[in-house]
Design a binder for this molecule. Structure first.
Ligand code: EPU
Length: 335
């Protein structure tokens, strides 16, 4: 079933809490709904607005926003060890994690408490604490806007990388994701290598699925602001991946700089550390600020417009560039 809204205030539909408006917003459930919607042609401007957790509206949106609301979760196959789980696009991601943990299914527990919906997970290949959604997603179901056909894409063709996928590039504006299928496991496969995870898990009595979920939730709650309280979109910037020469130059000057190996001999740096060391942690200008506990997160201190947030973000990028000679890109989708 379709529900349609016009000139709608988006404040409650984006985690930054900016009060921009959309000309038209349509909540849909099924592929048939999408077929009906696109029957009279493709609107000039449209995009998917899922949970609104990774988006910044810098102006009113003069097109159609599509929001998935179907929330089914089910087991597709189960051989006793490998369990395939299908979640419709409107399922809250963290509900899916809880559902899996409850049933003893391993794979996405490190991705606990990431805000957003299952259908958005493959787009930016959400990740945390050493895991990415793309490690567990086996297939993505989508509606092709140009042909009206339903397609299924195997993970191998999703182009998953660090906060990257084909949905941000060649398929952008061409498909609407309707469901994801995950491959989960009954055999324990704890991943405790990242930061404080192991310590927090041990403090809870060892590496059970439930303990890992609770440890990750506790770490996130301690560091990341709750969008229900303080508007934000999680990490505003991506961690920059630089050449080995650049990393060596910086490490000579800043020996304590966090750095991690990345594909092809490159090095991933921590944008949060760079912003922090540029002196901007907790810095505020008007109604926008850098979060006090995690400098990678920009926050709406109350009533900020998208324009104010993006202007502030540009200043953060400039300050990091001036201090370290490094460009940091936005992770958030800017509209
Ligand atoms: N750091 C600082 N100051 C800060 C923030 C970080 O010095 O203000 C340092 C930390 O001490 C650490 C390093 O930077 O040495 C990395 O920090 P952290 O472990 O907090 O992770 P991150 O790289 O800042 C990434 C993801 C998060 C994810 C965490 C945990 C990106 C863009 N962000 O943050 O994802 O939760 O790792 O895996 O990759 C998100 O995408 O919205 C998000 C929250």
């Amino acid at each position: 079933m379709i529900r349609e809204f016009h000139h709608i205030d988006l404040r409650d539909r984006n985690s930054f809490g900016v009060a921009q408006r959309a000309e038209r917003l349509v909540e849909f459930e099924t592929p048939a709904d999408l077929r009906e919607l696109f029957a009279d042609g493709i609107p000039e401007r449209w995009t998917v607005l899922s949970g609104g957790n990774n988006i910044l509206f810098t102006r009113d949106y003069d097109g159609m926003l599509l929001t998935p609301v179907a929330r089914g979760i089910g087991i597709v196959s189960d051989d006793g060890e490998r369990v395939r789980v299908r979640a419709e696009a409107g399922v809250e991601w963290d509900d899916l994690v809880e559902w899996s943990v409850e049933r003893g299914l391993w794979g996405i527990e490190n991705l606990s408490l990431i805000p957003g919906k299952a259908g958005a997970a493959p787009v930016q290949n959400i990740g945390a604490y050493g895991c990415e959604a793309g490690d567990s997603i086996e297939r993505v179901e989508m509606y092709c806007v140009e042909t009206g056909a339903m397609l299924t894409l195997d993970a191998a063709h999703c182009g998953f990388g660090y906060r990257e996928s084909v949905f941000k590039h060649s398929l952008k504006g061409r498909v609407v994701i309707t469901a994801v299928e995950l491959l989960l496991h009954r055999t324990p496969r704890p991943k405790l290598g990242y930061g404080d995870v192991e310590r927090e898990v041990e403090a809870r009595g060892g590496a059970t699925l439930r303990n890992i979920r609770e440890a990750v939730c506790a770490i996130r709650r301690a560091k990341l602001p709750d969008p229900g309280v303080l508007g934000n979109a999680g990490s505003f910037f991506k961690n920059p991946v630089v050449g080995a020469d650049t990393a060596a130059r910086l490490l000579a000057e800043f020996p304590d700089m966090p750095h991690y190996p990345a594909p092809e001999g490159r090095v991933k740096l921590a944008a949060g550390w760079l912003i922090d060391r540029a002196g901007l942690k907790g810095h505020r200008e008007g109604r926008v600020g850098v979060h006090e506990r995690q400098a990678l997160v920009l926050v709406n201190l109350g009533g900020a417009t998208g324009g104010e947030v993006i202007a502030f973000a540009r200043k953060v990028q400039e300050a990091v560039h001036a201090r370290f000679g490094i460009a940091i890109d936005t992770e958030v989708n800017i509209l």
